[in-house]
Design a binder for this molecule. Structure first.
Ligand SMILES: Cc1ncc(COP(=O)(O)O)c(C=O)c1O
Length: 480
């Protein structure tokens, strides 16, 4: 059994000793260095050879046994099983396991935040200590929800906290019973499509809009009907002309995505009237409305709906952080049973792990305090980006007046609009370590406006200065 002489134990290794042994033996098997039917040494012999307890070896062997790498024959010992299909598994010389797959996955760019990433939450602003404390405390309370799903709509205290939040911040009253926690916006959208639409249905969507939702419509077999916008927002008249039989309208009334414009009250009332009389549904995607820097947040459209035809969608991605993957859907009371049936059938996708901590974070007032704090900081960053663009990118980029949101859309200035496209700038900026998005990519239909979508909330003043100067250099390099 010379091969097993290569086993070693690292004292300072954070992995338990049995895991170290199990892994090394598994790698020897995968590398073919312990062939099929090879007998492993007895646990007693290996334990004494390595100078560790026999029970540690027994635990490692049991793990190998449970994963099918070895079999146990009474009285005779442990034997390596034949591997199959072993052509998929290769072990590098270093002993690291490498899994080959026939399809190439798309690995995003460097994870390091760059100006002007849209989804960057910064540790410098996030109350990580407080959050960690609540997360740990919530697990010490041994709530039954933590180890099994009790309610597929999510942890009730969190839904109660969301209900209070919506009343206070969004002027919208709803019962916690009608709120369901989802794993992000696309999970909520999938549920909506399954409950309220059929394959082949037309769904109105603002153009430009959020690609992830467009993708969700298509992958559920429905048609995306792109409705062009004007400064008052979604135009029902045009929408009806293009697709008179649409079932659902998906809108961002409080801050159009990506432009940030507010849908006028007249347009809201028209759309509500359409839903009431046609039996259609409105999905209000209210993704970042807490971030209004002047005046009070514009109330949610769902609060105006007297006939319960609006489904309201909120997300924790902006106020908290995106990797949390928690969002919520408020459905009209008479739809609750239908959603409950669907969600019970397909299983809940939202993890419960962080829900009690988030409920606690909200109930304690820490969530509101975090919004107020970040709002002050983001407001300053917005002003800083606008003024830096107007001084350093004069004639190149035009930032419109704006007093809300976490990103802005800069138009291409007179000096460049005939010389390059927004995509050219995105490419040039990437080479200069700046990440901006092309406005034209947010459109489904042509013609589309040209511009740059730039996140500012996650970037401090120094990063903004640096980013703008590199962006300007990138644009100038395209002019020369
Ligand atoms: C228009 C829009 N809706 C919703 C969301 C939130 O998505 P999720 O909850 O899946 O992170 C975003 C986030 O960027 C968004 O831009």
């Amino acid at each position: 059994m010379t091969t097993l002489l290569t086993l070693s134990i690292k004292k300072g290794d954070p992995q338990p000793i049995y895991v170290q042994i199990y892994r090394q033996i598994r790698e020897l098997i995968l590398a073919g260095r312990l062939g099929a039917e090879t007998r492993l040494p007895s646990s007693r012999a290996l334990a004494s050879e390595l100078g560790i307890s026999r029970s540690t070896i027994v635990t490692a062997y049991e793990q190998l046994l449970s994963e099918g790498y070895v079999r146990s024959t009474r009285g005779a010992g442990m034997f390596v099983m034949p591997l199959s299909p072993d052509h998929l598994l290769h072990v590098r010389n270093s002993g690291e396991l490498e899994i080959h797959s026939s399809t190439k996955s798309t690995i995003p760019d460097s994870p390091k935040p760059k100006p002007f990433d849209i989804d960057t939450a910064l540790f410098e602003l996030f109350p990580a200590k407080d959050w960690t404390r609540r997360l740990a405390a919530s697990w010490r309370r041994e709530h039954p929800d933590l180890l099994s799903f009790h309610d597929p709509f999510g942890h009730m205290p969190l839904r109660e906290a969301i209900s209070s939040h919506l009343s206070l911040w969004r002027g919208f009253e709803c019962a916690p019973e009608n709120i369901m926690i989802t794993s992000g916006t696309s999970d909520a959208m999938d549920l909506i499509f399954r409950v309220l639409a059929q394959p082949g249905d037309d769904i109105w969507m603002e153009d430009p809009g959020y690609e992830i939702i467009r993708h969700g419509i298509r992958s559920n077999g429905m048609n995306v009907v792109a409705v062009p916008l004007d400064e008052a927002g979604f135009d029902l008249g045009i929408a009806k002309e293009i697709a008179p039989k649409a079932k659902i309208a998906i809108v961002t009334p409080s801050r159009q995505f990506p432009f940030g414009t507010i849908m006028s009250l007249t347009r809201r009332l028209e759309l509500l009237d359409w839903a009431h009389h046609s039996g259609g549904w409105i999905v209000e995607d209210d993704y970042d409305s807490e971030y209004r820097y002047e005046g009070r947040p514009f109330p949610a459209m769902a609060g105006l709906d007297e006939h319960s035809n609006t489904l309201y969608l909120g997300s924790f991605s902006k106020v908290m952080f995106r990797s949390l993957r928690l969002a919520y859907l408020v459905c009209p009371p008479h739809l609750t049973d239908g959603f409950r049936e669907t969600i019970s059938k397909q299983g809940t996708k939202a993890s419960f792990v962080a829900q009690p901590a988030l409920a606690d974070f909200m109930e304690s007032g820490a969530f509101g305090a975090h919004i107020r704090k970040t709002r002050r900081v983001y407001a300053k960053r917005l002003v800083h980006l606008q003024s830096t663009l107007s001084t350093q990118a004069e004639g190149l980029l035009v930032a419109p007046p704006q007093t809300s949101g976490l990103h802005l859309v800069a138009g291409l200035g007179d000096r460049i609009s005939n010389h390059m496209t927004d995509k050219d700038i995105v490419e040039a900026a990437r080479g200069n370590n700046v990440r901006v998005q092309a406005l034209s990519d947010y459109y489904q239909n042509k013609p589309c406006l040209q511009g740059l979508v730039m996140g500012f909330a996650g970037h401090n003043e120094t990063a903004i200065d640096d980013g703008v100067s590199r962006l300007v250099a990138s644009i100038k390099s395209l002019l020369s």
